[in-house]
Design a protein. Structure first.
Lengths: 428, 294
């Protein structure tokens, strides 16, 4: 689920050679710097460090967090960074890891793979980070995977869930903590085959491997579950559309029972807002992904009766750890934590528990411990398989309540948690 | 394929065309009169959208669609004037690459500034009550707001045509393009004219942002997305031609809409295919006459 971006401002400014251009460039750079300082994280490459009170460098262990804090994926990176920083504070308050305080350095890669490569390398060399927690997209995760292998440190993924990331030699140091792109379509098939009786499906997905692969896997999973679907049409779109009116009109002409929507971010919300204007929800069911982000953005405008998926929705995860985090997050940021905050939080917990079990901070010791530890995290207990370094974690589903706004967000019905083991591909 | 399906796709295409025209017209107007390719035009659209979403998301008396339209248009227009006064004014005599790079830098700076002001999250707005319903046209449901967006684009198009043809300001804009030296001889305040043109182009981008924000999502990245569409409209229509932008918007909206319904495999490439065909057959664009705010 990747969006391309971008040439850093600094690179553009370096291109003007004359005195006048340089003077202008200086003005622009100063403005950009002011903006970045004001934001704390605005410009590409901006950094924030956290993890507790002042600590001496000898007792500190560094964790690298490349994340998109600006650009189209900023929401993902911001949530994850907040979660990781909260986890660091909690771990440090509890004595740290093997007596070391954890210091998290978050750098803004703007969702760009070359930025991610340069910033992560810098954190691994100059700060001697012992682990990488990434990444906002599968493309940036791919870049970080190469470095994880080169420096022999683990890369724990809170974002970027392409199943190929953990495969082969290139993925040997990568550990996937989310349901992968192989698991999600199976889980959604399991849910929709129970939650709806409709068989006439219309598919709308982004025009790259995630969209094409997920639609194909979903259809074959429905057939395997004994609920084969009638495929009325498949639209693969370039993300960043300013309007989906044409797509909605074409979909409704086929009179589908279910629209299977794999868009996300502004594309997903634009589609749903326009779909409401077209009266889509009167007779058609709509399945959409990343539900916490969606409901946070749409608020009271969230259509009732939507079937939603999410990798870590706070209101479907039980336990005192989760409840405490939700309360603290709300107090600090005045909003509900999204799935990225939960995924980020758990990624640092996983590394810390593996390091404790290994009795070492060294990558060579922590790497094997990651697949032999039973983790107790904010998302619940889970393990990581050694064959593909995939966490055995569920995917979550719910339906937005028919009447929204009576008891406050979120309101959900038909809640469902997939059987993680059943959605995992067999180990070779 | 039946009449109601064709009509539904045509209306959806015109809906898309409305936004494309509003944002493309501003870009082409600025280029036509000032000979500057303003890459920051996408940012002006985004600022209009954020302001519009903020007002439409407010409670009480502030939740007013007309106020959102005015405020989003005004904020973008003033921002455009500020860009002209602070940056572009120093670059008119420079080569086009310097101008392009400066506005490119502004796009990123304004993008980061927007995240400082409005955050990294995605926002959505509630449509005003009168415009939130739908109507049945030939047994198909069609949103009232879509018809409203088409109407706004039509009114703005007619207004721009009248402005350029029937007012002294419009005459000066066209003169700035066709014969800038003659314009100087007439005693026209050229710096003021330039600021006015950029303000008008920016205001159009802001208006497009508010119109879009009422029915679509607003978040980081919408500036770059809309910019590509605006460029395609301006290039196909002919850089500097308002009439060309109108024809190009309708052409692109309909090509996309009917493509989605009847040839979905080629939709992603269709806009650029149309652009390439037009450039090969008529390099100056449909109504471009080697420059001319027409």
């Amino acid at each position: 689920m990747d969006k391309p971006r971008q040439i850093p401002v600094a690179k553009i400014l370096r291109m003007g050679p004359s005195r006048r251009t340089l003077r202008l460039a200086t003005h622009l750079a100063l403005t950009a710097t002011a903006v970045a300082v004001a934001a704390g994280c605005g410009a590409t490459g901006a950094t924030s460090s956290s993890g507790g009170a002042k600590i001496s460098s000898s007792s500190v262990v560094q964790i690298a967090v490349p994340a998109a804090l600006s650009g189209p994926g900023a929401e993902i990176g911001t949530g994850a960074a907040r979660g990781i920083e909260a986890a660091a504070a909690a771990i440090n308050a509890d004595g740290g890891v093997l007596g070391h305080q954890v210091q998290v350095t978050v750098k803004d890669d703007a969702g760009n793979a070359s930025n991610a490569l340069a910033l992560t390398r810098s954190m691994l060399t100059s700060q001697q980070a012992v682990a990488i927690l990434g990444s906002s997209t599968s493309a940036t995760a791919q870049a970080e995977a190469e470095l994880a292998r080169e420096y022999n440190v683990p890369l724990l993924l809170w974002g970027g869930n392409d199943a190929s990331l953990t495969s082969g030699t290139a993925g040997s140091n990568v550990f996937q903590l989310e349901p992968s792109t192989l698991m999600e379509p199976l889980a959604s098939a399991e849910y929709l085959s129970r939650a709806t009786t409709g068989k006439r499906y219309y598919f709308i997905a982004p025009d790259y491997s995630f969209g094409h692969d997920t639609v194909a896997a979903f259809k074959s999973s429905m057939t395997r579950l004994g609920h084969p679907v009638t495929d009325l049409g498949e639209q693969y779109v370039q993300v960043g559309q300013s309007s989906y009116a044409s797509y909605i009109s074409a979909a409704m002409a086929t009179r589908p029972d279910v629209i299977y929507l794999l868009l996300f971010g502004t594309d997903e919300i634009t589609f749903l807002q326009e779909a409401a204007s077209y009266g889509v929800f009167k007779n058609t069911k709509v399945y959409a992904i990343l539900g916490t982000d969606l409901e946070t953005a749409m608020g009271k405008n969230t259509p009732a009766g939507l079937y939603l998926e999410d990798r870590a929705p706070f209101f479907l995860i039980s336990g005192t750890q989760a409840a405490s985090f939700v309360n603290k997050y709300r107090a600090m940021y005045h909003q509900w934590p999204d799935e990225w905050a939960f995924l980020g939080y758990s990624s640092l917990q996983v590394w810390a528990q593996a390091a404790e079990k290994a009795g070492s901070l060294s990558g060579s010791k922590v790497l094997p411990a990651l697949t032999s530890t039973a983790f107790r995290t904010i998302r619940g207990d889970f393990t990581i398989r050694s064959c593909d370094r995939q966490a055995v974690v569920p995917d979550y589903f719910w339906r937005t309540a028919p009447v929204l706004g009576t008891t406050g967000w979120p309101e959900a019905t038909q809640e469902f948690q997939s059987d993680a083991s059943a959605t995992l591909p067999q180990c070779p | 394929m039946n009449i109601s399906s064709l009509l539904a796709q045509a209306l959806a295409g015109l809906d898309t065309a409305g936004t494309l025209f509003l944002v493309g017209a501003g870009l082409t107007l600025v280029f036509g009169a000032l000979r500057i390719v303003n890459v920051a035009h996408g940012s002006l659209y985004m600022y209009g959208a954020y302001v519009g979403t903020g007002i439409l998301g407010a409670e009480g008396i502030l939740h007013n669609f007309l106020l959102a339209l005015c405020a989003g248009t005004a904020v973008a227009g003033l921002l455009g004037i500020a860009i002209e006064r602070l940056v572009l004014r120093r670059l008119y005599e420079r080569d086009p690459v310097a101008q392009l790079l400066a506005t490119f830098a502004l796009l990123y700076i304004l993008d980061d500034l927007a995240q400082v002001i409005w955050g990294a999250g995605t926002r959505s707005a509630t449509l005003p009550g009168l415009l939130s319903g739908s109507v049945h046209i030939a047994d198909r449901i069609y949103p009232i707001y879509g018809l409203f967006a088409i109407g706004i684009a039509g009114i703005v198009g007619a207004g721009l045509w009248a402005l350029l043809r029937a007012t002294r300001f419009g005459w000066r804009i066209r003169a700035a393009l066709n014969d800038p030296e003659l314009l100087l001889c007439t005693g026209t305040n050229v710096p003021l004219l330039r600021a006015g043109v950029l303000g008008l182009g920016a205001a159009l981008a802001g208006l497009a942002g508010v119109v879009g924000a009422a029915s679509q999502a607003v978040g980081p990245g919408i500036d770059a997305s809309i910019l590509i569409d605006a460029f395609v409209v301006a290039i196909i229509g002919g850089m500097g031609s308002i009439g060309g932008a109108a024809i190009a918007s309708v052409l692109l909206g309909l090509v996309q809409s009917f493509g989605v319904a009847y040839a979905p495999q080629v939709v992603p490439e269709s806009l650029f295919l149309v652009m390439i065909i037009v450039l090969v057959v008529r390099p100056q664009g449909l109504l471009g006459a080697r420059g001319g705010a027409q």
